[in-house]
Structures are given as structure tokens and as C-alpha cells.
Ligand binder design. Structure first.
Ligand code: NAD
Length: 307
């Protein structure tokens, strides 16, 4: 059978697929619409990351396809109901990159709370900004507010507890006595409570109608003065212009943004001069180990689905 892979995948996992099936692996296929549609027309499985939009023309072209493997977890780039209606099984790599994201969140939180790690150019140039950097904050004892207490949210909570942080979490789908809260040592809270009381707020929700625009200017203004906002979930959930304005106004104490409304994000002058801002190109879930786990999980599940 024929498998097409439209974005990057660990080459050893690709070889595992190629040992049993015809594989077309082109990490840039996502950027070549005509070639992608041609390859899709005869494939039995398609494997994508987050950039390939499995809907519209591509979905219509997948006439013989039985399975859509997703090298990651967010499914907002896949029209899942339409795929299922067309007889395709959609398989995400549930949990496989959760640790990579959780570590990114903790690292960003510690860097931004402490605020002392951007001094390399000044120190190398013989300046000694010791006074200016003497007000960094410790992580222990601070409150981490988790919005979306699923697989990544819970793992992030566990790492935070190991650093002696207080952890509170909001998830509208989970009851406040769900075992996950006790297992992590987190307190269930409302959205407003998390926003008002957390020193660091981190988002781990899917992009759906209920989360689109969730962190708008009003909610950012309601966050504690000096608090930190971390978004590794999806673009469209946080108003990044409001984040930039809040950082410049000195209300937010820091922000780490890994995901954007448009990716790749074009040059954005609004971020110029923003203090305590970390911008990364949608890589919080992508590490050597995370990519290996995601790739082998999807290779194995796609092989199983094609049997
Ligand atoms: P998950 O399904 O395990 O958890 C998501 C949680 O969000 C669930 O518990 C759900 O009940 C909750 N939720 C749904 N609607 C909500 C709302 N309106 N408010 C608050 N909570 C809500 O998913 P996960 O594996 O933890 O991943 C979370 C998201 O992180 C994914 O959907 C994906 O978009 C994103 N992600 C990004 C990267 C990256 O590299 N930046 C990597 C992995 C995942």
C-alpha cells in the first residue's frame, strides 16, 4: 500500500514504514499543493504534522485513504468529522510530546520569573548590570495556573510541584473531584480564580470554538500585575497584540509565545521593544526525544491500521 508523509518525521520511523509499504516521504510536500494533491489521490495512508490542512481539496483527493496519522496532538488542521464520514481513521500521537512541552513551560517560567538571562551581550561588553538584575524572583512558592488540565497540563503540574510551586488548574470538562487533581497535587479552580491569582498562567487547551479568543485584552488585564503568560497551545487563543501592549505597559511581567495565528509568523513590529518576551517557532513539543516518540508511535499505529 502507499503511504505519503507530508512533513518531517524521524527517518528511522520512516524506514519502519518503508519496510512494509511504498512510502513517499517529502518533508516539504506540504508546501507543494499540486504534488501533494497528486500523491494524495493514490495513497492509502497520509501522515501529517500541524501544517498540512486535511480538509477541502486535499480531503476530496484522498479517495483510497484509510488512515490519517498526526505527528502531534492538536487536530485543528484536520476536519476529523469529514475524515471519519469518508471512512478514514484519524490517529494523533497522544501524550508522545507532552514532556517536551511541559519542560518548555517550566523552563520559560523560571527564566521569566528570574529575568536575569539576557545579560550576555552587556556582560561580554564589560558592563556589569548587577543592580538592574537583582530583583529576579524565585520559582518555589509561586502559583502556577493551568488552563486545560489534560495530558500536557497534568504533566506540567507534576514538574511544577517538584519545584515547590502551588498548582491550580481550570478545565471545564473535568469535575473538581476528578482524581487527576489529587494525583498531581493541584487545586481545581475557576477560570477567573486562575487568572486573578496565578503568578504564571499556562495554556493547554485545544483550539475549538470555546477557546478561540480566550485570552483577550480584558482577561490579560485581569491577570496579576507582574504575572507571566505562556502559550504553547495554539494561535487564535491568545490576543498577542494585547500581550505586547501589556508587556510594554508593565502590567504583564513576562510572556512566552510558541504558537501564532499565522505560522510561519511574518515580521511583527508590535513585538519590537517588548521586555521579557520569549518567542519561539512552534517548537515546544519538538525535541529529539519527542520527535522520536511521536514518529514511532504514529508509524506503529499506521502499520496496525493498514493491516
Ligand atoms: P488533551 O486533550 O490531553 O487536554 C486538553 C484539555 O483541555 C482537556 O482536558 C480538555 O477538557 C480541556 N479543555 C477543552 N476545552 C477547554 C476550555 N474551553 N477551557 C479549558 N480547558 C478546556 O491535550 P494535550 O495533549 O494536553 O494538548 C493540549 C493542546 O496543546 C493541543 O490541543 C495542541 O493544540 C497543543 N500542543 C501544542 C504543541 C506545540 O508544540 N506547541 C505540542 C503539543 C500540543
Amino acid at each position: 500500500m502507499k503511504i505519503i508523509i507530508t512533513e518531517f518525521m524521524d527517518e528511522r520511523a520512516v524506514a519502519q514504514l518503508a519496510a512494509k509499504h511504498d512510502v513517499v516521504y517529502d518533508p516539504k510536500l506540504v508546501d507543494k499543493p499540486a504534488e501533494l494533491l497528486e500523491a494524495a489521490a493514490t495513497c492509502h495512508a497520509i501522515i501529517v504534522r500541524n501544517r498540512t490542512q486535511v480538509r477541502g481539496d486535499l480531503l476530496a483527493a484522498l479517495k483510497s485513504c484509510k488512515v490519517v496519522g498526526r505527528l502531534g496532538v492538536g487536530l485543528d488542521n484536520i476536519d476529523v468529522p469529514a475524515c471519519e464520514a469518508a471512512g478514514m481513521k484519524v490517529i494523533p500521537a497522544t501524550g508522545a510530546n507532552a514532556l517536551s512541552v511541559a519542560e518548555y513551560v517550566i523552563a520559560s517560567a523560571m527564566l521569566l520569573l528570574r529575568g536575569t538571562f539576557a545579560s550576555t551581550p552587556e556582560v561580554a561588553a564589560g558592563k556589569w548590570p548587577r543592580n538592574a538584575l537583582s530583583n529576579g524572583r524565585e520559582t518555589a512558592g509561586k502559583t502556577l495556573g493551568i488552563i486545560g488540565f489534560g495530558s500536557i497540563g497534568q504533566l506540567t503540574g507534576k514538574l511544577a510541584k517538584a519545584l515547590a510551586m502551588n498548582v491550580i488548574a481550570y478545565d471545564p470538562v473535568m469535575k473538581s473531584d476528578a482524581p487527576a487533581f489529587a494525583q498531581v497535587g493541584a487545586k481545581a479552580a475557576t477560570l477567573d480564580e486562575v487568572i486573578a491569582s496565578a503568578d504564571v498562567v499556562t495554556l493547554h487547551v485545544p483550539l475549538v470554538d470555546g477557546t478561540r479568543g480566550l485570552f483577550n485584552a480584558q482577561r490579560i488585564a485581569a491577570m496579576k500585575p507582574g504575572s507571566i503568560l505562556i502559550n504553547t497551545s495554539r494561535g487564535h487563543i491568545v490576543d498577542v497584540a494585547a500581550v505586547a501592549a501589556s508587556l510594554k505597559a508593565g502590567h504583564l511581567g513576562g510572556a512566552a509565545l510558541d504558537v501564532f495565528d499565522t505560522e510561519p509568523m511574518p515580521a511583527e513590529p508590535m513585538f519590537e521593544g517588548c521586555p521579557s518576551l520569549i518567542l519561539t517557532p512552534h517548537i515546544s513539543g519538538v525535541t529529539y526525544e519527542g520527535n522520536e516518540r511521536v514518529s514511532f508511535m504514529i508509524a506503529e499505529k499506521v502499520l496496525e491500521a493498514l493491516q
